[in-house]
Design a protein around this ligand. Sequence first.
Ligand SMILES: [Mg+2]
Length: 246
Amino acid sequence: MSVDVSKVDVIIFDYGNTLIELGGDQIVMLNNELLALLTSMFGECNSDTFSTIRKRQILAPYDTDEFIENDRVGICNELIEELYDVIPSSSQIEQVLNLKHKIFVDIVDVPDFVMPLLNRLQEKYRLAFISNYPCSASIADSLAKNKLTDFFESIVVSGDIGRVKPHPEIFEKSLNELNLRAEQSLYVGDNWLADIQGAKRMGMQAVHTTQYVSYEQFEPYDGDYSPDAVINHLSELETILLYRKR
Ligand SMILES: [Mg+2]
């Protein structure tokens, strides 16, 4: 298990629990705000049922090998229908989606060490970004708020593709935008299935970061690829990728 930096031209980053923390605490915050809004709009509901539906929806894209991303309007409709047995109007859906967007942008903050790290990596590598998230506008606004947008030559979000990692389509979109072969790239992510298996199946090198506790946990299966390196903190990329590079 070791990274061959001589082949790497581009480093492609995951977002949640890789560049930023998006773990249980953040999901609880997002869910609490969403629940408060729904309660104000439709009345009290069973919060356990709410949490169960939300968890099922977050994990749904990984249920089949098609890896279909959630339709953000569809899951919002489904949530309200299941909780309240009413069909929400389009303006009610819009209100809920606007709140989800706002909360996501508000709660996601990039740690101080990330920007200097990306600056140093950018001196020797091209940088790119692939995220699984149903709303690409939320990712775009979050990257802008955190002043990360300009680091990345290519930004690909599952909500625009209709598939989530580990489906090859989302990686292919990124490689096409970068005009690059998979072997020339190294992927950094926290999710065993989406990031590590997804990238390795494409022929990329992959670094598994375990700095944060991910909300979606996927256990390794027999025959899974191993990552080329495991790091406990993102700053360890410096040791792996900078000190050894030509
Ligand atoms: Mg992640």
